[in-house]
Write a protein that binds this ligand. Structure first.
Ligand code: MRU
Length: 349
């Protein structure tokens, strides 16, 4: 299962807004369509939007090259347009920065053809590395699980949220094959139901036992002793270990602490923002009211209802038992462990 694929200069995106009922692909060679796909959540999940934006930039560079004189101005404008698509997941900015740093090696007088091929190679590398990184995260993560535990997850941090395999669901996949997981409880994840539509679907495809619950049931499931661990992905991690992830993650972390259940975060180095010291500096995306007032296209609240719809929240590091990365497992005190991670290649700074 892949969220996107690049072939012959075209980007194919699995349209996640239609899942699980319809499996439909968006095929495009227009960077604007890629930007729209990110905005609309047709492609979503921190690593997946980073990879999509990288390919979007390749398509944008090709278009910019048609106007020889303005090439650099256009390329910069396109990179800005892609940056504006979503504010919270730092992988988006990490991928665009990586692409623009390749571009910066070329002089204004150089032929854009060579530059475009270098950009294409970088985007392909970003997407290939994603699968390798996730495989390493899953190996570290699986080592945290004992025999036949039930785990709870929130939102979707699977193959759909990355290019392949997934972060939190990657760990679950690996632990499942090692016989360490008996069942996954998936929060439905209101308002857009990534847990119900995507996580339940992904796990069922592979025969991993999954029980869907509404978000409000998580506390009771924990109280009943039905889960022994929680594992989620991340959209941005600050230097002190505070983690932004899908709205509702914070509530799950508080509940896990109350019930003495370990709360794990699985994320690649590209999700760390080494420029910010704490979670309060993470920009939280607010999305339109209709996502809350409607369900499956049907209005469920009175017309004109005032709505607050933050797409993410921040879990303070004190609630996090461990952060699983491709370079190993980080624990409190997070600040020095994350500072050390900064020295390894691939992070945001
Ligand atoms: O709004 P979304 O669906 O893009 O939010 C996705 C999440 O919050 C995921 O948990 C996160 O990006 C980690 S994906 C490996």
């Amino acid at each position: 299962m892949r969220s996107l694929a690049w072939k012959n200069g075209h980007l194919t995106i699995l349209d996640q807004t239609k899942l699980p009922n319809i499996i439909e692909f968006i095929e495009t060679d227009d960077y604007r369509r890629v930007a729209d796909a990110i905005r609309r959540l047709e492609v979503r999940g921190a690593p997946a939007i980073g990879a999509a934006a990288a390919f979007g930039l390749v398509l944008g560079a090709k278009e910019a090259a048609l106007t020889v004189n303005d090439f650099w101005i256009k390329l910069l404008a396109i990179s800005e347009e892609l940056r504006q698509t979503r504010p919270t997941a730092v992988n988006l900015f990490w991928a665009i920065d990586r692409m623009m740093s390749v571009a910066s090696r070329y002089a204004p007088g150089d032929s854009p053809i060579e530059l475009i091929s270098a950009l294409e190679q970088e985007a392909i590398d970003i997407s290939k590395e994603d699968a390798q990184v996730n495989s390493r995260i899953s190996a570290y993560g699986a080592s945290l699980f004992a025999d036949r535990q039930a785990v709870l997850t929130h939102c979707n941090a699977g193959a759909l949220a990355t290019v392949e395999f997934g972060t939190a669901l990657g760990v679950i996949r690996r632990a499942w094959t090692e016989g360490k997981i008996s069942r996954v409880y998936a929060d439905e994840t209101r308002p857009l139901l990534q847990g119900a539509r995507l996580t339940a679907w992904e796990l069922m495809q592979e025969g991993i036992p999954v029980t869907l619950i509404t978000d409000s049931m998580a506390g009771w499931v924990m109280k009943q002793g039905m889960v022994q661990a929680v594992i989620v992905g991340a959209d941005r991690i600050a230097l002190n270990g505070d983690v932004a992830n899908k709205i509702g993650t914070y509530s799950v972390a508080v509940l896990a602490k109350q019930h003495g259940i370990p709360f794990y975060v699985a994320a690649p180095v590209s999700t760390f923002d080494f420029t910010i010291t704490g979670g309060e500096q993470i920009p939280i995306e607010e999305r339109k009211a209709e996502e809350v007032t409607s369900l499956g296209g049907c209005r469920i609240a009175p017309e004109g209802t005032t709505v607050f719809n933050p797409a993410f929240d921040v879990t303070p590091h004190a609630f996090i038992s461990a952060i699983i990365t491709e370079h190993g497992i980080l624990r409190e005190p997070y600040q020095p462990a994350i500072a050390k991670l900064k020295l390894m290649k691939g992070g945001n700074d």
